[in-house]
Write a protein that binds this ligand. Structure first.
Ligand code: URA
Length: 257
């Protein structure tokens, strides 16, 4: 770890903007290795030097990783003028620089990784890496055998983009007279696994075969799986095992080129 400016360190650890932490130092509230430091542009060694604010040690946390069950109505962004963001939901975060790895639509629920590890995020999102993502889909309309085949083999979206082959598992379908659904319109449920992340991809794949997605939830991404007992809005830090699997994936992909 290289040396870092004290104001950058305090900013990253969530103590405020650069001007706020400058003010903290100016007021004599910041100490490094027991010595009050009035100039916040001083360099420190993160993790080695002991930084205190008002006598309280600020531990250096380089990376944070959370698995969130994203609820509907929350946007996959770091800031938004109108809606709460997924980062707002992480109440225990230590750092200010967290972001979601990829996007789920505002009305989509499910697994979202929140971190500040840009290298890992880049590896997971890179289009050439084909990280698997599985979604639970509830749709209006019925999927014919030919529609299923098109989804599985790859189809052309309304803007002309072609999707890669995908795995489709039909859970249930409405069939006239069978009375599975109380609704007066045909609904179905399926699990879809894709290896890419085009804009609104799942919804557009179903639209391309005449079905409207009415509920969407991401169940897994690469080695990460949503816990069944995790309610929308709940989150937890990744386990060391999950992190090791993600890092292994990253290493594998890196050597793959
Ligand atoms: N595909 C979609 O259409 N929406 C999402 O939120 C995720 C994948």
């Amino acid at each position: 770890m290289a040396q870092m400016r004290l104001d950058k360190f305090l900013g990253e650890m969530g103590l405020g903007t650069r001007s706020q932490v400058k003010e903290l130092a100016r007021k004599g509230r910041v100490a490094v290795n027991g010595q009050a430091v009035k100039k916040s542009d001083q360099k420190i060694w993160p993790g080695k030097d002991e930084v205190q604010v008002d006598g309280k040690t600020i531990p250096y946390v380089p990376w944070e990783y959370y698995l969130l069950n994203k609820p509907q109505g929350v946007v996959s962004a770091t800031e938004d003028g109108r809606y709460p963001t997924v980062v707002d939901l992480i109440a225990e975060k230590k750092r200010k620089d967290l972001f979601p790895v990829g996007r789920l639509d505002k009305d989509t629920e499910g697994l979202l990784l929140i971190t500040n590890d840009g290298i890992l995020a880049h590896q997971l999102l890179s289009p050439g890496k084909h990280v698997e993502k599985t979604y639970f889909v509830r749709m209006k309309g019925a999927l014919s055998p030919s529609a299923c085949r098109q989804i599985q083999e790859g189809l052309v979206l309304e803007d002309g983009q072609k999707t890669l082959p995908a795995k489709l598992h039909l859970i249930r379908q409405w069939r006239e007279g069978e009375g599975i659904w109380a609704e007066p319109v045909p609904f179905g449920e399926a699990c879809l696994t894709i290896h890419e992340g085009k804009f609104h991809q799942v919804k557009r794949m179903f639209e391309a075969v005449g079905c409207q997605v009415v509920y969407l939830k991401r169940l897994s991404m690469g080695p990460l799986t949503l816990d069944e007992n995790m309610e929308p809005g709940q989150y937890r830090p990744l386990t060391s095992g999950e992190l090791a699997e993600l890092k292994a994936l990253e290493g594998e992909r890196r050597t793959d080129g």
